[in-house]
Design a protein around this ligand. Structure first.
Ligand code: NAD
Ligand code: ZN
Length: 352
């Protein structure tokens, strides 16, 4: 088992290891005196892993209740959030109790936000079951739900008590979802480590899963330790996301997040090369890696639609957008770009 300590407004550990799901109860007991644990999970994941999570929690003396969320991104809505809070209240959850997010990023984001706001904050634990959640969304304390006008428009920073990652639960993850997570994995290589990028290209992720999760979590941990509230360095983690979110929005969220991030990384890197920030070899290497991972590198959405979507993005700061611009594989910088110039960056990125 790997232990990655995280230092933030609340310190906690990320535990990574095969079989940890069955230790959920005893591991949680060390950091929580809760009487009741509410397992929050999705329609697909709960039938797969709910029983093991509940058995482990009960063995450690928790009273366990559970709530099954509707499938997909739609669960991150005000309506579902409201129903979840009602469920917690009706079941007399108190401030000392704990929520368990058993699932991917959707479950983690919604459960985290519910934990942050129910009775002004109850403890919660992340049990990521997708590659994306394991390497990214379960760590760092960003919680959110969506509004009809855009993703993650409502949320807060709220750190978990514990992150417990059992890589064996990824065995049942559909291939396409695994590929989406691999876009975020590759993102870490591009933004911070040439050596890691090379490892990823050399050896399939599933053959070095624990190492990959650990490396990503440590990189994210280090960035979050410097900038928990996303005012500076943490924005590096948005590599590929500004244009990626526009792709998601244009598709009505039918393009998966990881696919959109892959397109966004490809586009910003092409634009960076066109503007002389990085070399053409950097573009070629990134595109080759994305293709090797089975990820898309282009979008057909019209430039005007993409520009419009970018205007509603959270990453807009007044009239400025902070773009994460690759300088080389393993090194990126944050660049403030006037919103009037974003169209040009997108065009140079091959959009439209
Ligand atoms: N908080 C953050 O820092 C952060 C970072 C990145 C992304 N996110 C958010 O994460 C969300 C995307 O997360 P995601 O990609 O994990 O999507 P997801 O939670 O929707 O899970 C993807 C799919 O995989 C299924 N699934 C999950 N685990 C499974 C398993 N072990 N076996 C079989 N099926 C399984 C789910 O039912 C779902 O259909 C987005 O809403 C995004 O905004 C948050
Ligand atoms: Zn992402």
């Amino acid at each position: 088992m790997t232990v990655v300590p995280v230092k933030a407004s609340r310190d906690y550990e990320v535990l990574i290891g095969a079989g940890l799901l069955d230790e959920l109860g005893s591991r949680l007991r060390r950091v929580s005196g809760a009487k009741t644990a509410a397992v929050i999970s999705g329609e697909h994941v709960f039938p797969l892993y709910g029983a093991r999570a509940i058995a482990s929690l009960e063995a450690a003396g928790f009273r366990v209740i559970h709530y099954v969320l509707p499938q997909g991104e739609a669960a991150k809505s005000l309506a579902v959030y409201g129903k979840l809070l009602d469920f917690l209240s009706v079941n007399r959850m108190t401030r000392g109790d704990v929520l368990v997010a058993l699932g991917g990023g959707v479950t983690g984001d919604l459960t985290g936000f519910a934990a942050a706001t129910y009775q002004r904050g109850v403890g919660f634990v992340q049990v990521p079951t997708t590659l994306l959640a394991a390497v990214d969304s379960s760590v760092g304390g960003k919680t959110a739900i969506n509004l009809p006008t855009g993703k993650n428009q409502v949320g807060c920073f709220y750190q978990p008590l514990l992150v417990l990652c059992d890589p064996t639960v990824l065995d049942t993850l559909p291939e396409e979802e695994f590929r989406c997570g691999s876009a975020e994995v590759l993102k870490y290589g591009v933004l911070g480590s040439r050596a890691f990028f090379d490892e990823l290209v050399r050896t399939p992720i599933h053959k070095q899963l624990e190492h990959v999760i650990r490396t990503c979590v440590e990189m994210k941990r280090d960035i979050v330790a410097e900038d928990e509230f996303d005012r500076g360095k943490r924005q590096l983690l948005n590599l590929g996301h500004s244009f990626g979110h526009a792709v998601e929005a244009c598709s009505g969220f039918t393009v998966l997040h990881g696919q959109a991030v892959a397109i966004g990384m490809a586009a910003i890197t092409r634009a960076a090369a066109a503007k002389g920030c990085c070399s053409q070899e950097t573009v070629d290497e990134l595109l080759a890696a994305l293709e090797q991972f089975g990820l898309p590198t282009h979008t057909e959405y019209p430039l005007d639609d993409m520009v419009r979507s970018v205007y509603t993005d959270k990453k807009l700061d007044g009239d400025t957008m902070h773009l994460v611009v690759p300088e080389a594989i393993g090194r990126c910088r944050i660049q403030a770009v006037p919103i009037t110039e974003v169209r040009d960056w997108m065009r140079l990125g091959g959009i439209g």
